[in-house]
Design a protein around this ligand. Sequence first.
Ligand SMILES: Nc1nc2c(ncn2[C@@H]2O[C@H](COP(=O)(O)OP(=O)(O)OP(=O)(O)O)[C@@H](O)[C@H]2O)c(=O)[nH]1
Ligand SMILES: [Mg+2]
Length: 465
Amino acid sequence: MTPTFAVVGHPNKGKSSIVATLAEDERLAIGPTPGTTRRAAPHTFSIDGQPQYVLVDTPGFQRAGAVLNWLEARATTASARGQLVAQFVREHDGDPRFHDECELLKPIVDGAGILYVVDGSKPYGAEYELEMQILQWTGRPRMALINLIGEEDHQAEWRQALDQYFSLVRVFDAVAADFDTRVSLLKAFGELDPEWQEPLDKAVTALLEERAARRRRSAREIALQLIDSRKLTERASLEEGQPVEPLQSALTETLKKRLRQREARCREAVQGYYRHQALVRDEPGQELLDTDLFTGSGWELFGLSRERLLITGAVTGALAGGGIDALLGGASLAMGAGIGALVGGIGAWLGGGELAKVKVLGERLGGQVVQVGPVKAPNFPWVLLGRAWLHHRLVAERNHAQRAVISLAVQGEQNLMDTLADGLSRQLARAFGKLERLGDDPEFQAELTSLIEAVLEADLTGDVS
Ligand SMILES: Nc1nc2c(ncn2[C@@H]2O[C@H](COP(=O)(O)OP(=O)(O)OP(=O)(O)O)[C@@H](O)[C@H]2O)c(=O)[nH]1
Ligand SMILES: [Mg+2]
């Protein structure tokens, strides 16, 4: 049987948030008012269609005292207590007074383990004792999770009480828990019952493999986006005597739009791998992620600084005639001599202004063809990759209980891509030099994917918020 856990507790303590996090369900109803969850509902976490574990979201206790009275009035031996709880659920099925208790106890009676959620930022109180006693009566394996919703810290008093009723007590921040915390919690679940040890060990292995697979798939999406973006052009014919404007501006706008659309497609695929499809782009606060690819100097911060563009050799191949090779001998490159001056000289070339070149192609009958793009600015693939890196990080680490919008920004002076290790930067620079020529080559695509995978694995150390 798939390990199954009922997440129970007082109303509004983060039960649904914990289910959302562990089952990766971004759509689960979570809300500030008690009573958000009205019915017990199982949420299965599957990988490749294989169920790994099930979490049952439940409504909170409403009348713990009355339930306990009922149980105690019929108590015989300790060994019969579990049966008595089952009897309570049978006899009160459909009774509106005990609707919530029946909903939350039924999965436990049916064999689920118990995850009891409390808010460690609120003081401990006697009313919780009644809930814990009922759970003890069920006789099922159980663990307490101290969630911290507010600022205050009442963990110590909670621990003293919880230790009496639960074999395991853990702190688990439902909304901020990262992937590693989640894995460690799953391992703890395995300790609750020998029967669950093996399936949960397998679940942890599957989860770790899935994590690597998601990163690999994301890297491939990003690689394909870079390749496609490097190819995009817009063309239109110009009638004889017609001025290039406003056609050129219109073509430039269309090109930008298509580049943004291509980026959006990549974003959606990445979010899909991480089960964050509902992170819709038109949510308020989402604008930063959709920051115009081309506006102002802000976009450059996602890419490489000018100095790094030179040092990694990203510019070398791109500069016409290899002139920079002559200008920068091996020695001067290594010592960094003269780079500043050089950067100043070719600054305009590297800036955003040159993003899309305009060409008037050969004459055709009665007119000419105007082409905008492809974008050849050396920093362009770096900026795209920097943006994708940050987006991937936010999505990969995003907890599924979070309902706040995602925001992305690079601050300060540090260029995001400058933080990459030298070796990786150089390899990327070489690969970017081949984007146009080898974009369709499956071998090149695989090589670029591996490099991007390494980027996604690297720590983001820039000034990001
Ligand atoms: N800051 C913070 N907020 C949290 C945390 N856990 C839950 N919340 C918030 O607390 C509120 C209640 O969370 P839910 O997960 O809906 O709680 P619940 O126990 O399922 O509530 P009911 O279904 O009403 O019993 C929501 O507004 C959550 O966003 C947490 O760890 N930190
Ligand atoms: Mg709930």
